[in-house]
Write a protein that binds this ligand. Sequence first.
Ligand code: IPM
Ligand code: MG
Length: 357
Amino acid sequence: MVQHRVVLLSGDGIGPEITAVARRLLEVVSERHGFSLTFDEQLIGGAAIDVTGEPLPSTTLEACQAADAVLLAAIGSPRFDSLPRDKRPETGLLALRSGLKLFANLRPVKIVPSLIEASTLRPEVIEGVDLMVVRELTGGIYFGQPKGRIEADGDVRGFNTMTYSGSEIDRIAKVAFELATERQGHLCSVDKANVLDVSQLWRDRVDAMASGYGGVEVSHMYVDNAAMQLVRDPRQFDVLLTGNLFGDILSDEAAMLTGSIGMLPSASLGSDGPGLFEPVHGSAPDIAGQDKANPMAMVLSAAMMLRIGLKQSAAAAALEQAVDRVLAEGFRTGDLLSEGCTAVGCSAMGEQLLKAL
Ligand code: IPM
Ligand code: MG
C-alpha cells in the first residue's frame, strides 16, 4: 500500500480544533481510497514558543523537510505580541515557508452556490466567481533587507525593503502562466508600477515572459485598482499574479467573496520537496477553544494536499464533495450562519462531514 508521511502543525488558537476535524476525515478517506497516511504532529508558533522558546524549533523544520506534505492550521496569539520579532509566532511560519523554499502560494477563490447568500456582496456580483491568487511567498517586503528600527537625530525610524530579483519574479510568473494555460487563459499581474521601481521590474519581467505563452492573455493592474475591481466585478479575474504583501492583502479581500475567510484553503509550493497546505485564515484567538471555528478551509486545504502534494485526486474530490454536500444540506458554523440554516460548532461540523463522506 502507498504510504504518505504527513506532518501536522496544529499551531495556535483554533488550530487544534480544526486539525482534529481534518485528521479524522483524512484517516477515513485514505482508508477508503487505498493508501495510508502517517501523521507526525509537530510544534509551531505560540505552541512551540511555550514549550521550546522558539517559534520554529529545528526538530519541526527537519520533520517537515523529511515529510511528503505538511498540513498547517494557524499560528499567532496576542499573548506573544510584545516579544521581539524573531521570537514571535509569525516568524516561525515565515521561517518554515522560507526553510522549505515555498515561493508559490496558490489561493483559489471559488463561489459555492449554496453560500451565495452568505456573502456581504450581492449575488449577481459574485455568482460564478472562480479565480486563483498566485502570491509570491518567500521574497518581497516580507523578507527584504535591510529592515529594522534606528534612532537618529532625536527621532526613531522603522523600515523594511521591498525587493525582487528578476529570477524571483520569473519563477513565480512561470507558475502563474502555467496555471492560466490550464484555466481560462487570463493572467492579471498586480503591482504598483506607477510608483515603485520594484514593481516596474516585476511588470517588465512578466511582459518578457508573455511571448512564450501565446495562449495566455496578459494584463497588468495597479494594486489599488485591483482591490476595487475585486469587489466591483470579481468575475473578470482568472489568475491574479502578485507579490508577497499585495497577495496577502488581496487574498483576504478575495476570501470575503465566498462569504467567509473560513472557507479559503491554500497551497504553498516550491520547485521540489514537500508542499505546505494551510487555510488562508488565522488563529482566531477570540473564538479559540469554544468549538465555534469553521473547519472548512482546513478540510479544503487537506484536499489540496491530497491532490497537489500526494497525487491522490480521487480522495481530494471526495473531501471537496463532502464540504459541498454539508453546505447544501444547510449546516453552518457561526461565520456563515443565515436564516433557515442549521447552526453547528466545529466538532459537529466534523461529524456532518464524516457522514457526508
Ligand atoms: C497569511 C497570513 C500570514 C502572512 C501571517 C500569519 C504571517 O496572514 O498566510 O496570509 O502574512 O503571510
Ligand atoms: Mg494573510
